[in-house]
Design a protein around this ligand. Structure first.
Ligand SMILES: [Zn+2]
Length: 160
């Protein structure tokens, strides 16, 4: 049986990739991937890494897309590490409504972590419904743009 997916009217990631929306400020772009600032900032600098092509889940990726996506995740993690010197880095990915994937366009969450943060686990994993995202977690657009600029300033350094 096919995996059940959320059904947004139009895909927010595709709108942002196509330049029709700037709700998700861009951190970096590659031939097959794009990294965004996540409007939900459970931790400051929380990012999303997506494929350019609208592939609903990880099961829909080609081998080349999967490799490009993981490399973009690695690069984004390095950029966030340089930008914030975090105590840890959480990387997670959800597929289908049963895993609380909200936007059915394959994406990874890359989250710089701080010791002592009250954000214990990603909401999808801890069972918190995205509908009850705590107030203040979704940051205003001007702050998200500033966060993207802050992260981009650390994007150019060569990787190990
Ligand atoms: Zn899409």
């Amino acid at each position: 049986m096919p995996m059940r997916l959320a059904e947004p009217r139009r895909c927010l990631f595709c709108l942002c990739i196509g330049g029709e929306s700037d709700v998700l400020p861009i951190i970096s772009e590659g031939p097959a991937t794009v990294s965004f600032v996540n409007p939900r900032q459970f931790e400051h600098g929380q990012a999303l890494v997506v494929t350019r092509r609208h592939a609903p889940t990880i099961l829909d990726l080609s081998e080349d897309e999967a490799a490009a996506l993981m490399e973009a995740v690695r690069q984004t993690a390095h950029t966030l590490a340089r930008a914030y010197d975090p105590d840890g880095m959480t990387v997670y990915q959800n597929n289908g409504v049963a895993s609380l994937q909200e936007i059915p366009h394959v994406h990874f969450h890359v989250v710089p972590r701080r010791d002592g943060s009250p954000y214990a686990l990603p909401p999808q994993i801890s069972g918190i419904s995205p509908a009850v995202t705590p107030p203040g977690v979704v940051r205003p657009p001007e702050e998200l743009r500033a966060t993207a600029a802050e992260i981009r300033a650390h994007a150019a350094a060569p990787l190990p």
